[in-house]
Design a protein around this ligand. Structure first.
Ligand code: CP
Length: 301
């Protein structure tokens, strides 16, 4: 599960339906009993690590958390060899690393499912939580408009892809030089049009949020972009999600952000701690979508 670009929309809806069921259930089934899942982190994480570790335990499985630097991978063992060995021990591999090619290579050589827990190109687990949150607030996402404002990064890509699969209208407002990958946009737009939606990119943030019922932003300096803080803060300043930008969207608009947030940069505290924020539900929903995904991949509920 590397990007959700190649998964049938029905399978994504099944995962979201199961995530809703898990959220509503105090007692979870244990389809992962006797199963182990490796969680490799080459980059820091709070939400992804805790939600996967807790979710796997609640499903009856055993999470094996590995810091990339503590593995032989950090001393030059190849991805291919790591994939082959881990496949003999565990039932799935979850990995966070900057290089998307590394995750693709891991998946190519692993005999067990591989889940992308964030690369520079895609953050599909986050995208699932974003759409679960939109479904909770508005019902069927088909035809609902979501605006992504800021850096055309991995979260922007994943919102486009998952939104497209569910027939949403996704409009990204990003400055020149920081636009989403045109290949991802074209693929997502083609998927969206099959399902009655579209994906579009504009440079004006106010144009992007017109009629949007969800405004989504992310950090201006992603993991792997460190050292560009000053230039990025200057370029992205007009793309800040503040009360004025929220007021330019639909009357029932919600704010989304994958977190961690930076008050006064990409978003203001008045928005992310305010009444229009769905951000804390969005963070919580990581637990349910990932548990549903693991159930879908490894067992039956
Ligand atoms: N949104 C997200 O992936 O959070 P973490 O970096 O804390 O895992």
């Amino acid at each position: 599960m590397l990007s959700l670009m190649h998964h049938p929309a029905d399978a994504i809806v099944d995962v979201l339906d199961l995530a809703d069921q898990l959220k509503a259930s105090p007692e979870w089934p244990t389809p992962l009993a006797g199963k182990s899942v490796a969680l490799i982190f080459e980059q820091p994480s709070t939400r992804t690590r805790v939600s996967f570790e807790v979710g796997i335990a609640r499903l009856g499985g055993h999470p094996v958390v590995l810091a990339g630097r503590d593995m032989q991978l950090g001393r030059g063992e190849t991805i291919e060899d790591t994939a082959k060995v881990l496949s003999r021990f565990v039932d799935a591999i979850v990995i966070r690393t900057v290089d998307h090619g590394k995750v693709m290579e891991l998946a190519e050589h692993a005999d067990v499912p591989v889940i992308n827990a964030l690369t520079h190109a895609h953050h599909p687990c986050q995208g699932l939580a974003d759409i679960m949150t939109i479904r909770e607030r508005f019902g069927d996402p088909a035809g609902i408009r979501a605006a992504y404002v800021g850096d055309g990064n991995n979260c922007c890509h994943s919102l486009m892809v998952v939104g497209a699969q569910l027939g949403m209208e996704v409009v990204a407002g990003c400055p020149a030089g920081y636009l989403p990958d045109p290949e991802v946009v074209a693929t997502a737009d083609a998927i969206a049009r099959e399902h009655g939606g579209f994906v579009r990119v504009v440079e004006d943030p106010r144009e992007a949020v017109a009629d949007a019922r969800a405004i989504y932003t992310d950090v201006w300096v992603s993991m792997g972009d460190e050292g560009q803080e000053g230039e990025r803060e200057r370029i992205f300043a007009p793309y800040q999600v503040n009360d004025a930008l929220m007021d330019a969207a639909a009357p029932d608009v919600i704010a989304l952000h994958p977190l961690p947030a930076h008050d006064g940069l990409e978003i203001t505290r008045s928005v992310y701690h305010g009444p229009r924020s769905a951000i804390w539900d969005e963070a919580e929903n990581r637990l349910y979508v990932q548990a549903a995904l693991l159930t879908h991949l490894l067992g039956e509920a």
